[in-house]
Design a protein around this ligand. Structure first.
Ligand code: SF4
Length: 519
């Protein structure tokens, strides 16, 4: 059987895609599609497998005509491209398979021949048997959350690493918390499941043997969901990194209680973590209570950020505006916190209710759900799908002003310099002179942002201060400049977009999320 794995393209306008920065880095996409590479490894050896990542290469009719079966992955931001891929496959009468939360959320996307609801590890053997017997079903639904020992090591041989900035890896799924806007608990469960220590090391070995060097992003919902095991894994990673000469640096996602245990930041630093995404959400206690983010109420958020920065990690902060409890000062309050905490990359989104979450149900009950989350709305910076208690005008006005303050060059670079002034260089990660690839990035950046860009004055002021005060942090400074360029472009696009919500009516009917049946 000839199987084609297709990763549909994502728009340039998402915050984390960093697409506007990629051209300087000389790569085509942020990350390869981990889910598809993992599912590809579940297929029999007798199958021939190819992968087309549409952010790297266009999907040609030749690709499609080669395939006997297509596995189409993707997230909400890819919905438009997914729809188009499915349409093309149907026209060419290619059997289609799809899975993941988006298929469960958007009915029009779910019209594939074989739909996998829930995690696929236990479903794939049954599907393959049914397919061989000629009676594969339309829907395969997971009844339980599988043990991650069933998850194979991704097929890294299907991609060319040189097209990507970062490589993803996953060692756990699930989160013990229950923030009401988050569907992690519904999709992956409240009991975090993790791969074993030896398995994590095998995955690092696999990446290393396939030639990857550089940043590895842990696509775990909460890296410290099982703190005891996270510590064991980190200790083993430290030995592995030391033995291999620290070829990787890591980015992960964790809850704020990472700051509760003094050992954790130390282990993360020694393992080579350079950044951690933390869902801070709000600085307003009533808003945190409203969304059930209790863990953020029990700590000093500023101190957690500071602690991680002192352990050589940049904190990537997630924030939400539009909670019912947000005071009129929320936009200024958040700006002050982000600025004082020196959070260079602060992703501020508008409150949205993904399918199946408790927030979704509350919004339906209060007749405040306005439309499904879809690729367009998310790509447009934020999926605004609930009627805000503060009213659309105030929300959009405050939000746009906040984005401008955060990402216009002058305040952004000032915040970046404050971050660099308190950042401690990681003594465990090897330094050294820039590689030829890094020199090429610097040259492209100097030309693009130092000569051609209209904001070049701010750029040169920042570069001068960076080189005079923190020359040893030049690589970090370059990352900050390139990320800032991306944030600036997408923020401006959002700010300049006319949003007319006055005529938006709450939805009177909606379909229940089908993945909600997965337990
Ligand atoms: S801590 Fe993060 S992953 Fe866990 S439920 Fe809250 S938002 Fe979701």
């Amino acid at each position: 059987m000839k199987a084609l794995f297709i990763n549909p393209s994502a728009p340039k306008t998402t915050f984390w895609s960093h697409k506007h920065a990629l051209e300087f880095a000389g790569v085509k996409a942020q990350m390869p599609p981990l889910g598809l590479l993992t599912v590809a490894a579940m297929l029999p050896d007798t199958w021939t497998v190819r992968l087309v990542d549409m952010d790297v290469h266009p999907l040609t009719d030749e690709d499609l005509n080669w395939a006997e079966i297509a596995f189409i992955g993707g997230m909400c931001v890819q919905a438009k491209s997914m729809e188009e891929v499915i349409r093309r496959c149907r026209e060419l009468k290619i059997r289609t398979c799809g899975g993941g939360a988006i298929y469960a959320s958007l009915e029009h996307i779910a019209r594939v021949d074989h739909l996998f609801l829930g995690e696929v590890e236990q479903l794939m053997p049954e599907f393959l048997d049914d397919l061989a017997a000629g009676h594969a079903k339309n829907i395969y639904r997971a009844e339980t959350f599988p043990d991650l020992s069933l998850t194979p090591i991704p097929r890294w041989d299907l991609i060319d690493f040189s097209n990507y900035l970062t490589v993803p890896m996953q060692i756990s799924r699930g989160c013990p918390y229950n923030c009401d806007f988050c569907h992690v608990r519904i999709i992956y469960g409240k009991k975090p499941r993790s791969k074993s220590v030896s398995r994590v090391l095998s995955e690092l070995d696999s990446l290393y043997e396939h030639g990857w060097r550089g940043t590895v992003f842990f696509a775990d919902d909460n890296f410290i969901g099982r703190r005891d095991l996270a510590k064991q894994i980190l200790s083993a990673m430290i030995s592995w990194q030391s033995t291999h000469g620290y070829p990787f640096h890591f980015i992960g996602q964790a809850s704020v209680d990472v700051g509760d245990d003094p050992q954790l930041p130390q282990l993360l630093q020694q393992a080579g973590f350079e950044a951690l995404f933390i869902g801070i959400e709000s600085t307003v206690a009533a808003s945190l209570s409203e969304c059930n983010k209790k863990q953020n109420l029990d700590c000093n958020l500023f101190e957690v950020v500071r602690l991680l920065q002192e352990h050589s990690m940049e904190v990537l902060g997630g924030f939400i505006v539009g909670f019912d409890s947000d005071p009129p000062t929320i936009f200024d309050d958040l700006y002050r916190f982000i600025d004082e905490a020196a959070l260079v990359s602060a992703m501020v989104g508008v409150l949205a209710a993904p399918y199946g979450t408790e927030l979704f149900r509350r919004m339906v009950a209060e007749n405040r759900l306005i439309r499904n989350l879809d690729g367009d709305s998310i790509a447009n910076f934020s999926g605004m799908n609930v009627v805000p208690a503060m009213g659309w005008d105030r929300l959009l006005d405050g939000y746009k002003k906040l984005l401008a303050k955060l990402y216009e060059p002058a305040p952004y670079y000032q915040r970046a310099l404050r971050f660099l002034s308190r950042y401690k260089i990681n003594p465990w990660l090897p330094g050294g002179l820039p590689s030829p690839a890094e020199l090429r990035i610097i040259l492209r950046m100097l030309w693009g942002l130092g000569v051609k860009d209209s904001d070049r004055r701010s750029f040169w002021r920042f570069m001068a201060e960076l080189l005079m005060k923190y020359p040893q942090l030049l690589p970090h400074g370059i990352n900050i400049v390139l990320a800032g360029y991306h944030y600036r472009l997408i923020s401006r696009r959002f700010i300049e977009t006319e949003h007319d919500h006055a005529s938006v009516e709450p939805l009177s009917d909606f379909s229940e999320p089908i993945f909600n049946n997965v337990r």
